[in-house]
Ligand binder design. Structure first.
Ligand code: ADP
Ligand code: MG
Length: 646
């Protein structure tokens, strides 16, 4: 090597100034410069070559350049040499490009560096010897970058081709510049060429207005995210998609088009639809249930409230759901109790409670009796909500009460009927002997009168008492309806006045003020005038008897009941009143609170019977110490009203 160093004339102090200048030029550039002799021996190497190869310039000088190349690169170098023409750097005549080769050079670090090499041949004027000027550029970094770029492009292309979402690049005007196979498949096109021809404005959107809105958005924001539209397939079919795009700009920053992702969401939409339908069906089912369904979360907040629940409580679903706690419907203790029962086995199984009777509160604090069946809704093991089904019991309770009342009335009628026939039988038997007693006692009385017999008074008593008995018997017969009734139009006001006329002067009525509120527009009643008078008499006598201690007012009122084609007569007194516990008994035959000999206990029961046979009704309203009102209603006969003028 030292031998070659000595041959390096360029470093000779004897070299000309010009040579030194060229030397300086060679050192200035970013390019490695070598001067080789015909045998490829290095005569000159600038510092850049040393930088590229890692060898010092003095190590390079005298070396055969091809020793730094492997076999393959050596032949590349040789071919480059053979293409080169003397004098100037070699250009390709056709392309007018500098002819260069990519050549790998072995470096001092037992590695290679990729370089771009071009040559110039120079013939020495004096000796005619040929020198080769070799320019070396390290392109390994650039090479690596291009390689990487290519690699990443390949990867992206791969992604672009293989991804199952549509990707496309479009112009602003409405043409596709590129699209991946997924998009073609999605829209049913066989070839890309065919697809790239379509007019986006006309052929892609089912509703072309969507394209306009899309452009407006993307031009405004630079991107559009998850824009839902419906695309047209090649065959005219429709497909819902989600578009996510951003703008493409040219170097001047002008928007020239868009690129982005197109996602087929038909499956998602189908599932959503199915879910909606399922949910819709279920909520419809719950909604239209005739029973009230209320669902609350485990904290007691109401989350579902169906139409029947609206109807039962008077609350609207809107005001309840999300606002009401279950305690708005029933007290906290009951809510806790229900939950306790739900979590126990004993009320219809775990998680269930059946037919609990409760009262819930509707709007306006109305109390509503209900039967409640509840259950816990689970998600796996977790308690999710409680569901309550309420059944309104008001109607049922009302019917039950009516039934009970009807039973009571039936019992009363039966009791009356059996007692009536019993009494009638007895009365009949007693009637004849009593008649005999009275007749014979009367005959005796005539004799005693003639004889002035002192026993006349006793005999008079016998006749008197026997006559009273006969009166009772008559009443009994009346009660047993053994007497015949004659139905004819009866003027009720007149009946009241007739009875009063007869009673007013009786001792019993002396301390009693009689007040009449008679409605003379009252229609006539179809009935037996004597029986009706008998009822009125019973009422007035009872009233007077109840006021016998201190006197009082007897108010008699008649009037029409609107819309019911019936009328009423009421007898109101200010007497003793009737204790609540005996109010149910006063219509029983022989029930009396009066001392023996005074009351028969037949007045009200007889009246009740008569009123029933007239298809009427009688009710009592009484307060102890205040007084009593009996109100009798009777159906009007279908004849014209009758003015009595009395
Ligand atoms: P009597 O008058 O013979 O006792 P009733 O059948 O007429 O029999 O009456 C039954 C009972 O009803 C009476 O004994 C009395 O206790 C009660 N009663 C009826 N009317 C009245 C009234 N207006 N005020 C208070 N109690 C009454
Ligand atoms: Mg009486």
């Amino acid at each position: 090597m030292s031998e070659h160093v000595k041959q390096n004339k360029l470093f000779d102090p004897e070299v000309t100034d010009q040579a030194r200048m060229y030397h300086a030029i060679a050192e200035m550039g970013e390019v490695g410069v070598l001067v080789l002799n015909d045998e490829n021996r290095v005569e000159f190497a600038n510092r850049m070559v040393s930088t590229i190869t890692g060898f010092k310039t003095e190590e390079l000088t005298g070396q055969n350049f091809t020793d730094f190349l492997d076999k393959k690169n050596r032949s590349i170098f040789q071919s480059l040499k053979s293409q080169s023409i003397g004098g100037i750097t070699t250009f390709d005549k056709r392309t007018e490009k500098k002819i260069s080769r990519e050549i790998k050079i072995n470096t001092a670090f037992s590695a290679t560096v990729i370089t771009e090499i071009c040559l110039s041949i120079y013939s020495m004027l004096k000796s005619g010897k040929r020198k080769y000027i070799v320019y070396i550029r390290d392109i390994s970094v650039q090479k690596k970058l291009t390689e990487e770029l290519r690699e990443s492009e390949k990867k992206h292309r791969n992604l672009f081709e293989r991804i199952d979402q549509g990707i496309c690049v479009t112009t602003k005007e409405g043409r596709f510049l590129d699209s991946n196979p997924a998009l073609l498949k999605m829209l049913g096109y066989e070839s890309k060429e065919e697809f790239l021809k379509i007019d986006i404005n006309k052929d892609l959107y089912v509703n072309p207005e969507d394209r306009r809105v899309f452009q407006e958005l993307i031009e405004r924001d630079g991107f559009v995210k998850n824009y839902e539209v419906v695309y047209k397939k090649k065959n005219g079919g429709e497909i819902p998609v989600l578009m996510t795009s951003h703008v493409r700009k040219n170097e001047g920053g002008e928007v020239i088009g868009y690129q982005g992702l197109v996602m087929d969401i038909s499956e998602r939409i189908r599932m959503e639809q199915e879910l909606r339908e399922k949910h819709g069906f279920l909520s419809n089912l719950l909604e239209s249930s005739p029973d009230c369904i209320v669902v609350a979360d485990m904290q007691g907040n109401i989350i579902f409230f169906n139409r029947a629940a609206e109807k039962l409580t008077g609350y609207r679903e809107k005001e309840v759901v999300g606002n009401f706690h279950i305690t708005k419907l029933y007290p906290l203790e009951i809510a806790r109790d229900i939950l306790r029962k739900l979590r126990s086995e004993d009320f219809g199984g775990y998680g269930k409670a059946e037919k609990l009777m409760h009262t819930i509160y509707g709007k306006n604090s109305e109390e509503i009796p209900v039967s409640l069946s509840a259950s816990i809704v689970y998600e796996g093991e977790k308690e999710l909500a409680t569901l309550g089904v309420f059944t309104d019991l008001r109607e049922k309770i009302k019917t039950e009460r009516e039934l009970k009342e009807a039973q009571v009335r039936l019992l009363q009628s039966e009791k009356m009927a059996s007692l009536g026939s019993l009494a009638a039988g007895v009365a009949h038997e007693i009637n004849n002997p009593l008649g005999g007693i009275i007749i014979f006692a009367s005959l005796l009385m005539e004799d005693f009168e003639a004889d002035n017999d002192p026993r006349l008074e006793d005999l008079k008593k016998i006749v008197q008492e026997a006559t009273r008995c006969k009166e009772i018997v008559k009443n009994l017969l009346e009660f047993g309806r053994q007497t015949e009734s004659r139905f004819e139009p009866v003027d009720i006001n007149k009946a009241v006045i007739d009875v009063l006329f007869f009673l007013e002067n009786q001792v019993l009525f002396h301390d009693i003020r009689i007040i009449k509120h008679l409605d003379f527009s009252l229609p006539l009643c179809q009935g037996d005038p004597n029986q009706i008078k008998q009822i009125f008499m019973n009422m007035m006598v009872n009233a007077a008897e109840a006021m016998s201690e201190n006197g009082g007012d007897l108010t008699i009122t008649t009037g029409i009941i609107p819309d019911a084609s019936s009328f009423f007569v009421s007898f109101q007194d200010t007497g003793t009143g009737i204790a609540p516990e005996i109010q149910s008994k006063i219509f029983d035959p022989f029930f009396t609170t009066k001392e023996v000999g005074k009351g028969t206990g037949l007045g009200l029961s007889t009246s009740y019977g008569i009123i029933q046979s007239h298809h009427g009704n009688i009710v009592v309203d009484s307060a102890v110490g205040k007084g009593t009102t009996f109100t009798i209603t009777l159906p009007a006969s279908h004849q014209e009203s009758h003015e009595t003028g009395a």
